[in-house]
Design a binder for this molecule. Structure first.
Ligand code: GLA
Ligand code: CA
Length: 777
């Protein structure tokens, strides 16, 4: 009996008449999206609800609408909602259903991208860290049933929240995305089919599904019943971007599902910007061709707390600010790009649409300098230790984020020895009897500290900070702390250090609060605490430029990480987290601050790096000498965009790879630009870049823009290496040298020129060298 009722219900749901009564519909027509049967151009703004304090959600939605958008596009962040297995939190700041309702209240549609993987410069690309407790876990793959099972459970939870808001049910969700840019990770169609089916199973069974990829890789797999959209950046050549897409899907609507308005910042690298002109130019090209788009990001906001991710290789963590050089600034402020978008889009509205009024910006306040008078030394505030024989990563101790201290005893020896760590994730200070003897930085691949002669058993402490899990590419399994072992190297003897005491320092405010603060001076890593009074609240930017490296809690809210190397020197404080009267600030600094003061500024400082010469790829006095070397390939690339494949006459073997650019396409410009370089192995496929390191680049632009030589293998087609472009440009030839990490057999290589509309520095003449031993520098 019950089954019969269910069947009738299901049939009713499927009947078009019924669905029209309940809601509207949205789907694919001939080269157009159709809203209730009429052509509809999507103009979407990507916003991330955890990067915006809840109190400001509606403000940012209204700003997006006033910029000319009719849709808001969101990711869901699995690791935010399921911080422990099976414990789901969709409340308060995590109440994504409320966010979607606010979008609808403001007369806008919604595109939902539930993952499971989202990338987004977010810790582990949105995957929960506790997956890493399984030693052999595999992600974004059918190879691990555990991952698939957890994915299905999360998607089901997401469906419970949001499936009721599908447009066919009377809600505003017009499309739902399956996975995220999967082709830049793999090509297993069955995996994508499984995720697609899980999304449908989760209740997204009426809405139009889509997947997003790049123009260079979208055809690596197909997904029936799912639309395809492309992602690319400001200033792209639109016709080129959609060329092969239109050949393969001649009747599909065109959409750029992530049109990158700017880019994200890495610690220690210049603030990223994309010019208004190049950004608006390609947006206009899309409008003229009736191509739907979503601005990634319309407003980036802030990666509060521990949520910022990292890229690798080489490992490079994301700054806390996710301003993104987007049209709406980190504070919800209106920028020049905002007005440029609004002015453009007013000419391209769909039938019946009008531009809404621009809401007022939020008030900003300054806060006079105040001192953090109290301190609590980390070593005097150790939590209870756990004892283990062999070292283990943070996740094994049920710790997701923060800092971890490993302690053991080293036996005396008359010889000088070294400590070698495999692998350090991500930044550490090494102490002998409480005295710092070395700092190690994963960005540089540091793993060794020299130790002096020790006359007696000596306490060794390794304090490791996790600075964001890799959120992109194959290095995404990124356990924190020390992942494998610590050895003491005595001549040619390697002895593993054992019997560790492990101290966990999680990021929760409730933990920091326990530190015993005093007004005594503190040495070494410490918490600092101060209070300040306010008569009026408002947004502000906390100037932490005199502090070293760590994290900040304001009235219990985790504002995020800071690091003196920049580029950001301020942290965004939403006014709604401040109080009239007394406010409390706690800073954990792993280095010693230059001054124990802080002030609130009305403007952020997002672009002040303290350059770190040790990250440059050419040391003083180095000159690459190729005069005695024999090239394995010499040639000229054809002009134009897109990947250029070169097959060597004979296979070549070696560990050190040198690319030399001899000239530029179509001009005498001395500049060289390379977006990506792939090396092709014997099986005809690109070899893994996980072990690569840049050992030399004759010239790289690292001040005017973030264009260092490692951009040639960051697997981002929109970023590129360029020789110095500001000031006096050095002449050809330009070279970079890679250490591939092991001897490698190559059949050839592929070069991708820059993909923006500019052509400067595209390489024409080249030479390739491959050697077993390092090049002479
Ligand atoms: C890709 C991803 C996004 C984001 C951007 C870069 O397009 O899909 O999540 O990581 O790159 O900001
Ligand atoms: Ca790149």
């Amino acid at each position: 009996m019950k089954k019969a009722i269910l069947l009738v219900l299901i049939l009713l749901q499927l009947s078009p008449i019924f669905s029209q009564q309940r809601g509207q519909n949205f789907g694919l027509g001939n080269k157009e999206f159709l809203l209730n049967g009429k052509p509809y151009l999507i103009r979407a703004a990507e916003l991330h609800y955890p990067r915006i304090p809840r109190e400001y959600w509606e403000h940012r939605i209204q700003l997006s609408k006033a910029m000319g958008m009719n849709t808001i596009c969101i990711y869901l962040f699995w690791n935010l909602h399921e911080q422990q297995p099976d414990v789901y939190d969709f409340s308060g700041q995590n109440d994504v259903a409320e966010f979607v309702r606010l979008v609808q209240k403001n007369g806008m549609y919604c595109i939902v991208r539930p993952g499971p993987y989202v990338c987004a410069e977010w810790d582990m690309g949105g995957l929960p860290w506790w997956l890493l407790k399984k030693k052999d876990v595999q992600v974004r793959s059918l190879a691990d049933p555990y991952f698939v099972d957890r994915t299905k459970k999360f998607l089901a939870a997401a469906g419970k929240q949001l499936a009721p808001y599908q447009i066919q049910n009377g809600g505003n969700i017009i499309m739902v995305q399956v996975e995220n840019e999967y082709a830049s990770f793999g090509s297993d169609q069955a995996y994508m089919e499984t995720v697609r089916d899980a999304v449908i199973e989760a209740g997204f069974d009426k809405v139009q599904l889509f997947r997003c990829d790049w123009s260079s890789n979208f055809n690596k797999y197909k997904l029936d019943g799912v639309a395809t959209t492309l992602n690319f950046g400001a200033g792209s050549n639109i016709d080129n971007q959609f060329k092969s897409f239109q050949e393969i899907y001649p009747t599909s609507p065109l959409m750029c599902s992530e049109y990158w308005t700017g880019w994200f910042d890495h610690w220690g690298k210049p603030h990223e910007t994309r010019s208004v002109n190049s950004f608006i130019g390609s947006l206009k090209d899309m409008m003229d061709r009736r191509i739907s788009f979503s601005l990634y990001m319309a407003h980036g906001g802030t990666s509060f707390g521990q949520w910022g991710g990292a890229n690798a290789p080489p490992y490079s963590a994301m700054a806390t600010s996710y301003d993104y050089n987007a049209p709406i600034g980190e504070q919800g402020n209106i920028t020049e790009k905002f007005w440029a978008v609004r002015n453009l889009l007013k000419n391209y509205l769909n039938e019946g649409e009008v531009l809404s009024e621009v809401p007022a910006e939020k008030a900003v306040i300054g806060i006079p300098t105040f001192e953090l008078k109290e301190a609590a030394a980390l070593f005097e505030n150790l939590p209870a230790p756990k004892k283990v024989e062999r070292i283990q990563p943070m996740e094994d101790f049920d710790q997701g984020w923060g800092r971890i201290l490993y302690r053991t005893t080293i036996q005396p020896s008359a010889a000088k020895r070294k400590i070698v760590i495999t692998e350090l994730h991500d930044w550490a200070t090494v102490f002998l009897y409480g005295k710092a003897i070395g700092k190690l930085d994963r960005r540089r691949g540091d793993n060794t500290v020299e130790i002096p002669i020790l006359k007696e058993p000596t306490r060794l402490d390794i304090l490791v900070e996790a600075t964001g899990r890799v959120n992109y590419g194959k290095a995404i399994i990124d356990r924190k702390g020390i992942t494998e072992k610590v050895e003491i190297v005595d001549g040619d003897r390697n002895i593993e250090l054992k019997n560790w005491e492990v101290y966990n320092f999680p990021v929760d405010y409730s933990f920091q609060k326990k530190a015993r603060f005093t007004t005594k001076a503190a040495n070494g890593p410490a918490w600092y605490r101060g209070t300040f009074q306010l008569q009026e609240t408002g947004d502000t930017f906390l100037d932490v430029s005199t502090w070293g490296k760590g994290m900040v809690w304001l009235n219990g809210h985790n504002l995020g990480r800071f690091w003196k190397i920049g580029p950001q020197q301020t942290l965004f404080v939403p006014g709604v987290w401040l109080k009239k009267g007394n406010n409390e600030l706690v800073i954990l600094d792993l280095e010693e601050p230059l001054g124990r003061t802080v002030k609130g500024l009305k403007q952020p400082i997002l672009d002040k790096i303290n350059p770190d010469a040790s990250l440059a790829h050419r040391k003083a006095g180095q000159n690459l000498d190729l005069s005695k070397e024999t090239a394995v390939a010499t040639g000229e690339f054809p002009s134009g965009d897109g990947w250029k494949d070169v097959v060597f006459e004979q296979t070549a073997t070696g560990r050190y790879f040198c690319f030399e650019a001899l000239s530029a396409q179509g001009s005498n410009d001395p500049l060289t630009t390379v977006a990506e370089m792939e090396l092709i192995g014997l099986d005809g496929k690109p070899i893994s870049a996980l072990k690569w390191k840049v050992v030399y680049a004759d010239s790289e632009e690292t001040t005017a823009s973030n264009s260092s030589a490692d951009k040639v293998f960051d697997q981002q087609e929109s970023t590129f290496w360029q020789s110095q472009s500001s000031g006096a440009k050095p002449a050809h030839p330009h070279q970079f040298v890679l250490d591939l990490g092991e001897s490698t057999v190559l059949k050839g290589f592929r070069y991708l020129p820059r993909s923006d509309k500019k052509t400067a520095g595209m390489v024409k003449g080249y030479r390739i060298f491959l050697k077993a031993t390092p090049f002479k520098l």
